[in-house]
Design a binder for this molecule. Structure first.
Ligand code: PLP
Length: 360
């Protein structure tokens, strides 16, 4: 019997978890995961394929992915005096940070609602997680943050900038005040930087306890799994010790370098998504009873008065459109839904279905 063994040896808190569930989109229009909907132009794809044939799969990758790191630092404008490490997605970087900081009783703090991986990884690494509610406008509740920071002395504070699932940027001054008052590390997670137009990357030199995280996932390369963590060498040298040596595989190293050589294509796609965000916002505005929240990201959080988000989600799904229904939304997130900006046609199909649903 396996079961008693599992019960005896697997940690209670792990057995109590539900596995992270990602629905199978099948043939549906996929507007649930903040993906860029565009592929590359045919000629670029062919060039990539022909060069890919020369990537030596029999060899281990460059353990520190030096060429790719240099390229991505250049594209992401990492200040010269800073150091970076790469992760298998920024999820892995969150894990690396937590592994390196996880002393007994150390605390991970984040404003809530936010990206769920901060809490999950805090738990996996046996750290204590403290979530501090955002205010009604989804801004940082500074008195509450100040009190919580003084009380819990967090080893690390994660700030998603823009925040997911709310889509907004926090006030820059509030973020600066948190960095200044934090006893430990502050990670500004800029997963949506491409759509935001604001960054703490240029401010790395101003603080002793700031690191900035980026990912290529929301820029059109979600399938590659590649994130970047940048900051002072003193911090990054320690995080690098926890990183598994070959965490960025040869296909990702090659393909990301290739994509970043053609960053104008990615930039064009990003510009298109930003333009379509404005169109989608006005189309949503024209629907009855809708509240949508400001977005500096490639998704929009919205809710519809007197309608259950579950019903809207299910009706959209029946019409072939998959958006995101948040798990256990409560407080200001109650009844909200999150839609990713897709292609112009996908956005139009979403608006058409949603307006049909609202007529019934
Ligand atoms: C999507 C997302 C990430 C995850 O990025 P990966 O590089 O795909 O692991 C990190 N942080 C936030 C806030 C996100 O929304």
């Amino acid at each position: 019997m396996v079961k008693p063994l599992v019960k005896e040896w697997i940690r209670d808190d792990i057995r109590a978890l539900n596995a992270y569930h990602v629905p199978d989109p099948g043939e549906m229009i996929k507007l649930d995961a903040m993906e860029n909907p565009y592929l590359w132009p045919e000629a670029m794809q062919q060039l990539w394929l022909s060069q890919l044939a020369n990537v030596p799969l029999n060899r281990y990758p460059d353990p520190s992915a030096a060429k790719l790191t240099a390229k991505i630092e250049q594209v992401m404008a990492v200040p010269k005096s800073m150091k970076s490490i790469l992760g298998n997605g920024s999820d892995e970087l969150i894990q690396i940070i937590c592994m390196a900081l996880a002393k007994p009783d150390s605390v991970v703090m984040a404003p809530e609602p936010t990206f769920v991986m901060y809490q999950m990884i805090a738990q996996f690494t046996n750290m204590h997680y403290q979530g501090i509610p955002l205010d009604e406008q989804f801004q940082l509740d500074m008195p509450a943050m100040r009190e919580a920071i003084e009380k819990h002395q967090p080893a690390v504070i994660f700030l998603a900038y823009p925040n997911n699932p709310t889509g907004n940027l926090f006030s820059e001054q509030d973020v600066r005040d948190i960095i200044a008052m934090a006893p430990g590390l502050v990670v500004v997670d800029e997963a949506y930087h491409a759509f935001a137009g604001h960054s703490f990357m240029p401010m790395l030199g101003e603080y002793a306890n700031l690191v900035v995280m980026r990912t290529v996932s929301k820029m059109g390369l979600a399938g590659l799994r590649l994130g970047l963590l940048s900051g002072r060498p003193e911090w990054l040298n320690e995080f690098d010790k926890v990183r598994l040596p070959y965490n960025i595989n040869v296909l990702t190293q090659f393909s990301a370098e290739f994509a970043l050589e053609h960053s104008d294509v990615l930039q064009q796609q990003t510009d298109q998504i930003c333009a379509d965000r404005i169109k989608l916002q006005s189309a949503l505005n024209a629907l009855p009873n809708i509240t949508q929240y400001p977005s500096a990201a490639n998704f929009i959080l919205f809710k519809i008065a007197d309608r259950q988000s579950d019903d809207i989600f299910t009706a959209l799904k029946q019409s072939g459109i998959l958006i995101k229904r948040l798990a256990n939304p409560s407080g200001p997130l109650k009844n909200t839904l999150r839609v990713t900006i897709g292609t112009e046609q996908e956005n139009a199909a979403f608006i058409k279905s949603l307006s049909d649903i609202l007529k019934h």
